[in-house]
Structure formats: C-alpha cells, structure tokens
Design a protein around this ligand. Sequence first.
Ligand code: COA
Length: 702
Amino acid sequence: MSVNPVSYENRNGIGLVIISNPPVNAISPEVVAGLREALAAFETDAQAKALVIHCEGRTFVAGGDIASFESPEFDTRPFSSLLTRLDTSPRLVVATLHGTVLGGGLELAMACHYRLALPDTRFGMPEVRLGLLPGSQGTQRLPRLSGVSLALSLILTGQSVSANDALAAGIINEIAEGEPLALGIAAAERLVEAKAPLRRSSGLKIAIDAATTQALAEAAATAAKKPAYPALGAIVRAVEAAVNLPFEEGERVEAREFDQLRLSSTSRALRHLFFAERAAARIPSLKGDVARGPNSVGIVGAGTMGGGIAMNFANAGIPVVIVETSDDALRRGLSLVRRNYETSAAKGKLNSEQVEKRMGLLTGSLDYASLASCDLVIEAVFENLQIKKDVCARLGQVCRTGAIIATNTSTLDLDVLAEATGRPADVVGMHFFSPANVMRLLEVVRGARTAPDVLVTAMQVARRIGKVPVVSGVCYGFIGNRMLEPYMRETEFLLLEGAHPGQIDSAVESLGMAMGPCRMSDLSGVDIGAKVVIGQYEAGALPPDPSYRVVVRRLFELGRHGQKTQAGYYRYEGRTPLPDPLVADICADLAREHGIARRGVITDQEIIQRLMYTLINEGIQILDEGISYRPGDIDIVWTAGYGFPDYRGGPMFMADQIGLSEIESTLEHYGRVRGNQFGYWTPSNLLKSLVVTGQRIGGWTR
Ligand code: COA
C-alpha cells in the first residue's frame, strides 16, 4: 500500500484529487484520511475552478476496503461526511471513471456533480454479496439517479451494469474514450466554461408512483423468504427510507442498518469467503513459476463429464478436440452439448450465433493423434483404474513435449495415473464437479511429481474458464469427497439405528445445506456411490467394519439406483421424493444382520452433530496431513462444490463458531455411547492440540 494514497494538485486552474491505492483503490481508513486532506486543500484553493477525482491503475475505486470492516472501530460516517462535502461543494466536482466502479466507488462517484466513464467501465453495488448494504449514502443516491426499481435490483443482486446501461439509467452523464484524467479535466473545463448548473444527486426527487410501491413490496416479500440473508430486508428498508424521508434521515437509517449487518454472522461468513476464494488461488512455496498458457485443449471422453468440461473451454473461446472410441459415442456427446447450449438459448442466456460459435470450437475425433498439438489434454473417461491407466499411457506418448496431461479422476490415485503417462511432472488432477459446465468448484490435484509450472497453469486455466480452483494433495477423495465420506457413513448408521431419510435430509437442510445426503445420493446415483464403496472394499481401503456403508450397497443390489430408477433412498413420482416404507424395512433388516440396535427417538441435534462434526474433524485431519493448504480452502470446496450454505462460511469457519472444544467433547461423547472400535470418533491430533492451546482453526497455518 502506498504511504500517501491520495494527492491533491492544482493543474491550470483545475483541482485534481488522485487516489492511488493498489490493487483496486479500495477505500481504506488511510484513503479516507487522504481524501479529507485533499478535499480540504481544494476547499482552500481559491484558484481552482472545479475538482476532478481520478484513480490511478486498473480501476476507479472498486469498493470499501473489505479487510477494514473487521476492525471494531470501523465507521462509515467519516467517508459519508466527505461525500456530503463533495455533494454540497459550491464548485463543480467531476468523477472520471474506468474499470469497475463498485460499492464505495460508485458512492463516491454519485456524490460528484458530473460522472464520465470509459466505454468498458462497469458499475455495481456488490455489498449484498458480503451480507451488507452500501453504507455511505449509496442506498439514498442510487434510487434518486436511476429510479427505485433499477436501484433495488442492482443493490439486491449485486450485479453490475455496463457504461451504456448506466448512461441510459441516468447513473452517469457521459461516455468518452481516451485517457481518464485528461477526459475529466476537459469535461470540467467545458462545464465551467458553459456555467453548467451543479446537479446534486442528494437533491433529486424520487417519483413515488405505483411502480415504485410495487417494486418495494415485491422486494420486501422476496427478502422475507430469505431470513438467512438479513441484508435483503435491510436494503429494502434503506431504499424505502430514500423514498419516504429527507436525504439526511434516510442516510441515518442506512448507517444504522449497515452497522448491524457488519457485525452479523452472515456478513462475517461471506467476507471470510471473499478472501478465502482469493487466497485459494495462491500456491505457497512457488518461486516465480510461470504458467504454460494453454491455447488449445483436448478432452478424452465425450460422456456427460467430458462434454461438460468441453463447454467450459468453448465458453471461454478456447478450441477443444474431443476424442472418443466410436462415432456413436462422439455423436451422442456432441449432441448433448448442443442440447445444453440450446436450452441456454431458449432461456435467453445465449443467442443462436453464440451457440454456433461455441459449437464451432468443438472438434470430434476418433484418433488420439488429433491431440498431438494440444497444450492441455484432460482425460474424462470412465472411473476405472485400468481404463484410466491405459488412456494416460497413450496420452504420455501422443501429447507434445511440454503439454499438460490432466485427469478428472475423483477417487483414483493420481500418482499412479501420473506414472502411467511416463512423464509424471506434466500431470495434474483437474477434478470437475457435475454438471461440469455449471459447478464453480475445481479441485486441482498436485501429484507427488507435478511440476510447479503445471500446477500454476492448471490454477490459471481454471480461473480463465470461470472456476474457483482449490489445490488438494493426493488422498482418497481429495478434499471434498474425503470429507463427504464420514458424513455419508454417519447418514447410513443413523438409518440403521432408525432415522428416516426424510428426517436426516430435513435436519441438515435446516442448517442450510442445499440438499440432504439421501436426496443427494439419489440424484447423483446410488450406483455411482455404491461402486466407489465396493471399489474401496476391494482395494482393502475400508475400515474392517462389516456394517460400513451397507445401506448404499444393498440399495444398489436391489436396483434402487436413485432418481433415474424412480427408487433409491426414496421412491419417486417424477422428480418428487416420497418416503418409502420399503427403505425402512431394508434398514431394519440390515440393522438386525449387523447387530445394530434400533432406537425410538433420534433427535435432529444428534443428526447434525454426527454428520457435521465428523465432517469437520476429517477436514482438520486433512489440514494436519498437508492435503489442503489452509482452512479457507476447505471452506471454498464446500461452499462452491457441495451446497454448504455460504452464510455459514464453510465447515472450518462454522467449526470456530461452534467452538473446537465443543466439537472435540461431542466426538468423544459419541465415541463413548456408540463405541469407537474403528476410530470413527477419534478427534484429530490437530483438533486436540488447538483445543489445548485455545486456538481457532480459522487462524491456523502450517
Ligand atoms: N477490499 C479489499 N480488497 C479488495 C477489494 C476490496 N473491496 N476488492 C478487491 N480486493 C483485492 C482482492 O482481495 C485481491 O487481493 P489479492 O491479489 O491480494 O488476492 C485483489 O484486490 C484483486 O482482486 P481480484 O478479485 O482477485 O481481482 P479481479 O480483477 O478478478 O476482480 C474486482 C476485481 C474489484 C471486480 C473484485 O475484486 C471485486 O468484486 N471486489 C469486491 C468489490 C466489492 O465487493 N466492493 C464493495 C465492498 S463493500
């Protein structure tokens, strides 16, 4: 951070305030202090006819400094009072905008009398994504400039709009091409020359009509349905205040709401995830390794996974060669991709030209030789060790020197596959989640011999195709599926003990999980889950417990493969899961076979503790083993890939909210009452040591 992030100068009669606070000119306490000084300098500079506010670097202010929100002393008022001074300045104030004018940046711009922007500038109020509202007059100024309906939509969704849309909505006054500072000075001179009246956004009237009332009522109704996100209701109340109260009173309502939200657990969790997502992109211990920068991609396998992966690259404009073993499989795969695109087109998300352009980037082939010139080749064939080893061996021969070979395996040993290529340094895991064109998470798996620049490339490619990448070391299931294992294990034991699928699902869904474990298994396929367990059993990797995950295996044997066979943990009418007494019978039989006592009452609290605390314990174990670099990475895996509620910040963040000693003692409690012959309830060593030292897992570093 620069020592003095804001400067003031008078250049030929125009005062210039220049903010320089890389990387995104966020409004930190230092920037506020600098702005205060700079504004005072302008106010006492009788020679300045007008003021221009400009930011150096890649963008105008992209928001308040999110890190500073953690400070107990944080206060929006110093910045807000500066905005009032700009607004009420008797001399013209111009904001010259480029990059991403977000949050506090847009608030700063809206306090100026005139706003001009470069054509590719974007505007938005993303605070809601952090569980906040714009806390420095944004909820009061935006409705005055753009009308209530658009303001509500921007502030409630956090979505950004283009310069053209901002101009049409009245958020900015002009779009111009050139160098922002020169453009700002020229505009100021022109407006002063023309004696243009100063237009203060605080003084604009909001039209109170039927559309305004309806927009507010609809927004309030939507907010009421999402109590886990208190910012939504607060935003509606603040915009209502803009409509009904004088500016200063509305500003007080906004400040009060902001203060409460900032301290809310939802906002703390979302702020944690903001930084965790960015931290996850960083790989410790790299020494300036540079990406190999792939421009062409090959994919082996045109199944659902291969096709979905291919779509990510086509969406990013990167050509893809897809190799299959038969014409039929190739045709099926490509037509599935086309169908997916056409569904998006039918929803208005793409036009037909875009569909054709993306399809045009996909080339099918039956010949591995077509992969010879690709920079990155991803195998996405059937999850079977021998098949994948064979494919890897062929790729090792056919791929050009320097090309990267990636495997999409979710359960197999990456190092074994890497050796099979004969060039393990070029191999990395790219574990996409299904549907691969939709899910944001990508586990990037570093093998024992993966070259650093290969790892860097995989991370960069992931971001290029819009994924959230997290690095995992090699272990069974990597980060996500490995933590899922105890969660599924306890689900099945609870079923054997007498809980019903509906009860288990509702209990974890009440916590905010997108889908409970039984519904999730039915959707992803009981057969898929069972085959993995059977594979593990054959590999001798399961605990020596004959009752281990017997439910999924029995359902599989009975042909209850989930939603696709209209029966799994539930029976189905269409896509609607319904309780099935047969499943209760199956579980009762299995319990009898394995000598597991049935119980009359199993509380939701027990379900949540047994599923979530064992999952958390496994996560802490993963950190201890060095499979995951940081607790935040685990939180990103679960929130971006497994439907964990973002407002709880992920399992590691939640662990600190619950308290590590509470988790440890609860694990030990179940160890006593359920027996701990197989170590299911043994707290990880790291958990134990953190409890002893009173540390949080969130602050843990290796
Ligand atoms: N406060 C503090 N740091 C911020 C920040 C903010 N408002 N916005 C971005 N940063 C930091 C990031 O943490 C990252 O730091 P790192 O390089 O040390 O990891 C860096 O700026 C670049 O951000 P990144 O998101 O990786 O770059 P990008 O080019 O993909 O996106 C933005 C840039 C500005 C669009 C994006 O960062 C963003 O949406 N920021 C949040 C804006 C916001 O919410 N503003 C309102 C705050 S109340």
